[in-house]
Design a protein around this ligand. Structure first.
Ligand SMILES: [Zn+2]
Length: 288
């Protein structure tokens, strides 16, 4: 029997003397240098303005990404005061803001299933938006409701991933997510905040669905540990939910928890960006 002694003596998460916890040096140590040899991509950031008063510009986002050498990020609108019926205004603003940085910022369209979403979907698809963001609480729908299924169908047909909020303000969602994953096996469904409002049930209920991904932004520490322990690393994606969190906090949490949960170092490039790039259809040059 092989006893993995090396794990018990793995001190990667303990900073060397004098090493700052919020330094790139520490992130590199805790990830066994994975972040130096393969690109980090952030699956969850917002640009513009939220009804709660939060704002973020492309330049501020890029400055935050630069601190930890993050290669790029998926961006989408907040619950914007100018969203109207269809998010047409913030979707256009996000597109314009990303355009000068098109190799680093990947725009997703935000849609309102209760509004005239078809026309907005077509506009964004033609423009080049690369995915869809849905927020069941803010736009008041259930994940498996009839009103939103047309969006899943279109996105699956067009190969666009859908990132759906599964965080605060939601009821138990595992069965609904399973129903959607089952109805649209071609759909790449990313659970924003990794379904933490329905832990640990979500992990067992959603295990059979390889098209469901767990995005880790603002997930509580022990829930994150559980995700990293139980979910195949090929289905976990790093995200930060900026500006509600930062690269510093999110990368550190992912690095430390992946180390403690025993994720093999060679799987870390997937967690920190490889899985997202694959879902986006980008063939990444991840170093061996
Ligand atoms: Zn968010």
């Amino acid at each position: 029997m092989h006893i993995p002694y090396e794990r018990y003596f793995d001190l990667r998460a303990i900073p060397k003397g004098g090493m700052a916890l919020d330094s790139y040096e520490y992130l590199s140590q805790v990830t066994a240098s994975a972040v130096e040899s393969s690109p980090i991509w952030d699956a969850h950031t917002h640009l513009g303005t939220d009804t709660d008063g939060k704002t973020l510009t492309a330049e501020a986002l890029l400055a935050d990404l630069a601190r930890f050498d993050v290669a790029g990020a998926v961006v989408f609108p907040f619950n914007d005061p100018d969203q109207g019926e269809d998010f047409g205004v913030p979707n256009q603003r996000i597109w314009d803001a990303c355009l000068p940085y098109s190799d680093r910022l990947v725009p997703f369209m935000r849609l309102n299933p209760h509004g005239p979403w078809e026309a907005e979907y077509e506009r964004c698809l033609a423009r080049g938006h690369r995915g869809v963001k849905l927020h069941p609480r803010a736009q008041e729908f259930d994940i498996a409701a009839g009103v939103v299924r047309g969006i899943y169908k279109r996105a699956a047909d067009d190969g666009l991933p859908v990132l759906v909020h599964t965080g605060y303000g939601m009821p138990a969602i595992s069965q609904d997510v399973a129903a959607v994953a089952e109805a649209y096996p071609e759909l790449k469904l990313i659970l924003g905040h990794a379904s933490f409002i329905d832990m640990p049930r979500a992990l067992s209920v959603l295990k059979p669905y390889p098209n469901v991904y767990f995005e880790t932004s603002v997930v509580r520490m022990y829930d994150l540990f559980q995700v990293l322990r139980e979910v195949d690393p090929g289905r976990v994606m790093y995200g930060s939910d900026k500006p509600y969190s930062s690269s510093t906090v999110s990368l550190q949490a992912m690095g430390i928890m992946a180390s403690l949960a025993g994720v093999a170092p060679e799987r870390l490039p997937d967690l920190f960006g490889g899985n997202l790039l694959r879902v986006l259809g980008v063939t990444s040059k991840v170093a061996a």
